[in-house]
Ligand binder design. Sequence first.
Ligand code: PAF
Length: 281
Amino acid sequence: MRVVRRLKEIRQLSRTLARPISLVPTMGALHDGHLALVGRARNTVGRQGSVVATIFVNPTQFGPHEDFGRYPRPIRQDLARLRERDCDIVFAPKAEDMYSADSSVSIQENKLSLVLCGASRPGHFSGVCTVVAKLFNLVSPDFAVFGQKDFQQLAILRRMVRDLNFPVQLISHPIVREADGLALSSRNVYLSAVQRSEAPVVQRVLRAAATKITKGFRGVARLENWMHRSIEASPLAKVDYVSVVDPDTLERKASLRPPILLAAAVFFGSTRLIDNYLLEK
Ligand code: PAF
């Protein structure tokens, strides 16, 4: 496995890599969910193709009061994990190389970015789109693999690829969970023991809501209220949003007829966790 830090080097290297190339963009602090994305990338391109993972804690997707400074950066451990997973190239650039000091161009998605996480994290998805577009330009992948935990991110990136004609096929991979249902996230390490023990409530409530829908429960607002109350029945949970939306448009559903995405963001102390449940047609 080769570790590349320079932009010029990754650009040159990607021209010579065996195709197809599958890209797995990450911010590091890799857990089994990320490693599943790497496995998926390998399955997609086979033995002949190349898997490129990126590790970059992207400053432009963090708000001024968010956790950019304290975001975990266990780079040695991350590289060891990727080495075990049959990754060919790791691209881990420095922020000052990725963004020039007077950088003045960004990508803005103007619809799906305004709701759910976008409503409470202004600028976040512009930062994500911009860095992913840069990674696409640097690596020229045929495929790029993203996790479904960040469902909104995936939906927005699909729009970006469609609307800006990036020659990349996006692949989504299901959420990987702990035994008690908590979705794996690099931010789970921030949770205290008691917060950690309460956090699976989010997934339990989303799943219970999905069961209610399949049993004929009526009323979008009623269901959202029920989910909100049920999550906050856990003393440490504070709901940011819990919404019933269309999985393609992310618009609030008018009725509980699938396809439906149940999406939630919940604070445990200052740690904001997201999760979702997809009810297909
Ligand atoms: O999902 C993430 O970890 C990040 O948003 C991504 C896609 C690597 C862009 O920085």
